[in-house]
Design a protein around this ligand. Sequence first.
Ligand code: TEU
Length: 563
Amino acid sequence: MADFKDKVVYQIYPKSFQDSNGDGVGDLQGILERLDYLKELGVSYLWLTPVFPSPQKDNGYDVTDYCAIDPRFGIMEDMEKLIQESGKRGMGLMLDMVFNHTSTTHTWFQKALAGEKEYQDYYIFQEGSPQKAPTNWQSKFGGPSWEYVPSLGKWYLHLFDVTQADLNWDNPKVREELKKVVLFWKKKGIRGFRFDVVNLISKPKKFEDDQEGDGRRFYSDGPHVHEYLRELVRDTGIEDMVTVGEMSSTHLEDCIQYSTSNPEEKELSMCFNFHHLKVDYKGGDKWALMEPDRMALKRLFEDWQLGMQRGNGWNALFWCNHDQPRIVSRLGDEGRYWRESAKMLAAAIHLMRGTPYIYQGEEIGMTNPHFRQISQYRDVESLNYYRILLDRGKTKEEALSVLAARSRDNGRTPMQWSPEERGGFTKGTPWIEMADNCRAIHVKGQREDKDSIYSFYKELIRLRKEKPVISEGSIAFLEKENPDVLAYKRQLGEEELVVVNNLTGREVVMSVPVLKAGTGARYEKLLGNYEGCKADEGRMELRPYETVVLEKRGIRADAILPV
Ligand code: TEU
């Protein structure tokens, strides 16, 4: 069994982490320079988003060659050194395997285009008239998900950009090719993998129009997905490595199956799902703004935490990644309670049942960059949707305000290392602008400060390693009907933690029955983001965005309440 329950994974978006050669693009040498910082933070695994050769239409998620390094990030020797140097510091590298699709510049696709039947079978080509796509499915980035190739008289499927052609996993040759890729990196000393949208790999036998939606119900957690994953894991012998699947529009029962600990049915160590990050999508539409629905957020956490516990599955816990706006801008407060809210959000996630992921910059409370012009955006999805929003009748200002809240570029601005110009990220011109607050929010200012967001994350990571109740304990939810508070109890034998989070910027009073005198238990504050803790007989007063973690210190006849 891979050990991942008491560990924390740190996600690096290499393009925006650290530039070493002044070209404005982060690189592998840059990551090497920052390994000591990551060691000090205490994380155990580093997940690198794709650094393989790519035309970068989708920032590396459009891969041309899975077994090489894109020159903009460095050379293979840099990767080998990174594996070695991370290992010396007790950290393992995880690579991002984009196996649902390749770039259309991949030789396989090029050969398919040149008419080689063998390679056409690597992808999902369908005969058809140029006037009518095989189905009405929509691409995740906007527009149709089929592209017509006149020279072949066929359409190919692309669930993402038109330059990202979906692979045909029903073809055993494709599965063999991808196993070779995993083995190549395993041999190099990679310690784990993140599999991109891996629950989309199995498409239905028959392609039909979706009368209700964009087609996703036909291919999300598709017909052979579990079988194909089991085969990949078995044939590459990665059962004992840390593996995480990114699951798009997934289902609980499937995630239980993906992450089951049963060795006979081994698929992955854990799953990302995104349901909790859609609670501010109006009518489920990412591009329609709405205040976050906190009750929905709580219910989703409850369903997934309790469901995965029941089924013995394992969650990847996260708020942020390179596709998401910054969480402090989204569910916290960028102003007065910036520090408090960033810490509360961290505690809320890190102390649940699962393995936490930290996305670069989250540990210092990085915010959205507040871009004001379309020229500041780089992401293909944002650029497409800007046009779509205008076509739908939005004004430029309206469309820009939607992007400022929802664009994936919100999470992609360069890491803020120091108050110098360009945040210590590069000596050149960054490929995407820095956030406007980069002189105020940076690693340098927080590293030595015991009260900083950074120090709080460090403490959460340390506690997880130290306390089995966090890594192994069971979870139960408290205060279920209160939309303002996310509260839960963790338990392992005699060990017990009560975690209480005020999700609002207001003072909130809540009842905590476990704290009632007469229950015989005694609790002490283990962690929080304010001085002390306002608790009284079975009742707590929470300050704006307050988080309090109480630890049971044993049973006493003269039970006293927390300090
Ligand atoms: O993302 C999958 C995915 O579906 C989303 O998170 C996507 O960004 C969202 O639907 C857009 O609204 C993964 C990668 O994380 C992402 O960066 C890639 O663009 C995508 O797959 C395609 O490889």
